[in-house]
Design a protein around this ligand. Structure first.
Ligand code: ZN
Length: 160
């Protein structure tokens, strides 16, 4: 089991809207299925993949519901904020199961409105309005692992 993400070695190429959508999707999966946040992620501008350990394959209706809930959160135009707190305090309030053993004593907690909060050093948008529309392009279930592939229809941006 050496696939644990290292909080101190974040992929700098990660695309902020897709990475922020990952936070929302993780929370949605935790709420709907009681599963863990994804430990296997591959986030890119065009296409992102996340794997969730689940005992059974979600139905098509559940997949549609995941997409609907994520878009509901995005559409609320929630602020994405950051807060630093001691690891001890964070451990009381959040699931820190993924932290590497050498994580710093002070953690950065990233919140998406009051929908999600988790320790992360990645790069995020400042408001979910910047994410656009979340679309699940495909899913796969094999060996107890449910994979979601998603892409974003980004909002129209006025070029500066
Ligand atoms: Zn993050």
């Amino acid at each position: 089991m050496n696939e644990q993400p290292q909080l101190n070695e974040h992929n700098k190429q990660e695309f902020p809207p897709a990475h922020t959508a990952e936070h929302i999707l993780n929370q949605t999966m935790v709420r709907m299925f009681g599963c863990e946040r994804s430990r296997h992620t591959h986030i890119e501008r065009k296409k992102s993949k996340l794997d969730y350990p689940l005992p059974t394959c979600p139905t098509a209706e559940q997949v549609a519901e995941i997409e609907r809930r994520v878009n509901d959160v995005i559409a609320q135009h929630l602020p994405v904020t950051m807060e630093y707190m001691p690891q001890e305090e964070a451990a009381r309030r959040y699931d820190l199961g993924k932290l590497p053993e050498d994580a710093s004593p002070t953690l950065r907690i990233v919140r998406v409105g009051d929908y999600d909060a988790c320790p992360c050093i990645g790069t995020h948008v400042t408001n979910t309005a910047e994410i656009g529309r979340f679309r699940i392009s495909s899913t796969r279930y094999a060996d107890g692992m449910f994979r979601i592939v998603f892409r974003l229809d980004l909002p129209e941006q006025g070029e500066a």
